[in-house]
Design a protein around this ligand. Structure first.
Ligand SMILES: O=P(O)(O)OC[C@H]1O[C@@H](O)[C@H](O)[C@@H](O)[C@@H]1O
Length: 304
């Protein structure tokens, strides 16, 4: 790890800790108004805790299998460059490669308004396995902005000579007091593919509640949503850019019990509202061009 980056991190009240997670470092940012953690394994915002509140992101006690392609069901895993199963090769893991490699810390600082800025990077040449799994040269960056809430700007540059087909998601596990007492507001009238219902298409009527047993891809979805959580007396205001799909995921009791990479009752405490481009919203990045996906999350109190 670059000594100057460590000094810059310490100067803004942060530290870097050797983590038990896949033996990768974790960046801890401890500020008067929040505490945040970013794991370099998978390039993963793990936790964001505003002072006096519960974490905005879900934490599972189960860290997933410690294997090359073990999944982690907490924080904000990045699914790129394919969302869901790989199109042709069942040996490749679901949801792409970005969440299975170590990212590098490349910049630490502050934005003009004082928000903390952390930048991490992953490139195709970083690991031979990446080049084996994906035949295009690329560079990925995530810029984390931490302050009054958080935002993540995920960018992908196509450094190859051919157009690169992309489906993707920032697979945000939002932490809720109770999935049964939560609802997603802002998708009324939006068409969705229901993966728990043979991939049939439906149109959303009203808000989505309760948030249980959901595996839906909303297509051409709006760029502002709210996750209302009456058990925690708060709502999360989610704004996106560069994203045409919203994926909602909560496995429900039966599926959660079958999984060995999460605890049986975890599903009661998270709702995934994913900033995505999937299915009919998949797209291509032309040679030499880049695409940015951004999510910004703020918390507001509500009367319960
Ligand atoms: O277990 P994983 O690979 O992290 O995926 C979790 C879920 O992620 C969701 O985005 C998918 O729509 C689901 O089908 C999937 O089960």
């Amino acid at each position: 790890m670059n000594a100057q980056l460590i000094q810059e991190l310490e100067a803004l009240g942060g530290e870097i800790l050797p983590s038990s997670l896949r033996d990768c470092d974790e960046i801890i940012i401890d500020q008067p108004s929040y505490k945040a953690r970013i794991a370099l394994w998978g390039g993963h915002l793990v936790s964001f805790v505003p002072s006096g509140q519960a974490d905005l992101l879900f934490q599972s006690a189960n860290e997933g299998a410690q294997t090359r392609f073990g999944r982690r069901h907490f924080g904000v895993p990045v699914c790129w460059p394919w969302f869901g199963a790989h199109r042709d090769d069942e040996h490749f893991p679901a949801h792409g490669l970005a969440r299975y490699f170590r990212w590098d810390l490349v910049e630490v600082g502050r934005f003009k308004n004082g928000d903390v800025k952390i930048v991490i990077r992953l490139a195709s040449e970083d690991h031979p396995l990446i080049e084996e799994m994906w035949p295009y040269a690329f560079e990925l960056r995530q810029v984390f902005r931490l302050g009054d809430g958080f935002s993540i700007n995920f960018s992908a540059a196509n450094l190859s000579e051919e157009s690169m087909p992309i489906s993707e998601a920032m697979h945000t596990y939002f932490h809720v007091g109770s999935n049964q007492a939560s609802s997603v507001v802002g998708l009324d009238g939006i068409r969705y593919v229901d993966k728990f219902n043979e991939g049939k298409e439906f149109t959303q009527e009203g808000s989505v509640a309760p948030c249980e047993e959901l595996d839906r891809v909303y297509l051409d979805a709006p760029n502002q949503l709210e996750l209302v959580d009456s058990a925690f007396s708060r709502k999360l205001v989610i704004e996106t850019e560069g994203s045409c799909s919203t994926v909602l995921w909560n496995p429900g009791a039966a599926l959660a019990a079958l999984r060995t990479d999460m605890e049986d009752d975890d599903y009661q405490h998270f709702v995934c509202v994913e900033t995505a481009n999937a299915l009919g919203n998949s797209y291509k990045i032309k040679p030499g061009e880049m695409h940015q996906l951004r999510v910004s999350v703020k918390v507001e109190a509500i009367e319960s």
